[in-house]
Design a protein. Structure first.
Length: 347
């Protein structure tokens, strides 16, 4: 999936073809406002207020408690962005917005929008320093208790769609009984596989602050003792020997350096039972010289800024697994999340 600037009539097509359209101006002036508009609409309850059905600007103003003039401007932009339709002087959420922006929908990414607005947006102020020094801000070391809560709700929102596809398509042994979910505090991937494999139980290894905030979110899944927590640190803890049929490292490799990822992979290889699988679940950095991919490339820069490393290519992940004497199994690209893949090795 590529987010592109498209033309709507022959004249615009000719302007673009003749390289007369100031594309950097659109990126620098228009798109930041679009992004912030969506974040603030979620954070200020605009999507929630609109969930009851078609409403006038006056009705939404009263429900949200926002300034009427400013809200009207926001709704005008969100209508142009296909979050609302406007008919008979009423604003109505589009099907896309009702599914993904309205907070009460099971597939909503509302939690991620609030986290990005209240926590992550300010990280972008450090991009210039990052480009000069190469040093990320390592946000896991600085999150407050409140920010950890936003973070966990964001992770649940970000993985709600992914976990369903993961549960259907992850290439795991049908007879698997034990899983280690490294850094999977919200538990959605573990829950998805446990629902698929009746004999499977999963242990989630994560940092204590993450577990504290994620436990209530996992309890809503009603998995009982089949999914349990183990406080710890993937970089320092031992995973055991011949203990697991499935080990998952999801959205964690981009926080580690190549050396750290190799150390973790070596421990995973030791912990896997014969025939077990190791799944690295990540956004993938496109290979040098390959077709540019916007989501993989943008998350690569964002993770580099906000954490330690950034995205890795499939070849790099393969190399950790093979160096740990695991056999390359397959790479499965998500259908619902462009640029994201499961890179799977087998013992």
């Amino acid at each position: 999936m590529q987010l592109t600037i498209s033309t709507e009539n022959p004249l615009e097509w000719l302007v673009k073809l003749a390289n007369l359209a100031p594309v950097p101006l659109l990126h620098a002036q228009v798109m930041p406002v679009m992004a912030k508009a969506v974040l603030e609409a979620a954070d200020k309850g605009v999507f929630k207020a609109a969930g009851a059905g078609p409403q006038t600007l006056d009705q939404l103003t009263e429900t949200s408690g926002l300034n009427r003039k400013a809200l009207g401007e926001l709704l005008g932009l969100l209508t142009a962005m296909d979050y609302f339709t406007y008919k008979n002087e009423q604003f109505t959420l589009t099907p896309m917005a009702r599914r993904f922006a309205f907070p009460d929908d099971p597939m909503s990414v509302h939690g991620m929008l609030v986290f990005n607005n209240r926590v992550a947006w300010s990280w972008l102020d450090h991009l210039g320093d990052y480009l000069q020094t190469g040093k990320g801000i390592h946000y896991h070391d600085t999150l407050s208790t409140e920010e950890w809560q936003y973070y966990q709700e964001a992770m649940v929102a970000a993985t709600s769609t992914e976990a369903k596809e993961f549960g259907r398509r992850a290439p795991v042994p049908k007879t698997a009984t034990r899983m280690l979910d490294i850094g999977g505090s919200h538990g959605q991937h573990s829950v998805a596989l446990c629902k698929r494999l009746p004999a499977l139980t999963s242990t989630i290894l994560d940092l204590p602050p993450a577990i504290e905030k994620a436990r209530p979110l996992l309890e809503r899944q009603a998995m009982g003792n089949r999914v349990q927590y183990q406080p710890g640190n993937a970089l320092t803890d031992d995973f055991g020997t011949d203990s697991y049929d499935i080990v998952l490292l999801s959205s964690l490799a981009h926080h580690f350096t190549p050396v750290q990822n190799q150390q973790v992979t070596d421990k995973v290889a030791k912990a896997l039972r014969p025939g077990g699988v190791f799944i690295v679940n990540e956004f993938i950095r496109p290979e040098t010289g390959s077709k540019p991919e916007l989501i993989g490339s943008s998350t690569d820069l964002f993770y580099g800024l906000s954490s330690t490393a950034g995205n890795y290519s499939v070849a790099e992940i393969d190399s950790w697994q093979q160096q740990a004497s695991l056999k390359k199994h397959k790479t499965i690209w998500y259908r619902t999340l462009p640029g994201r893949a499961m890179v799977v090795a087998k013992k």
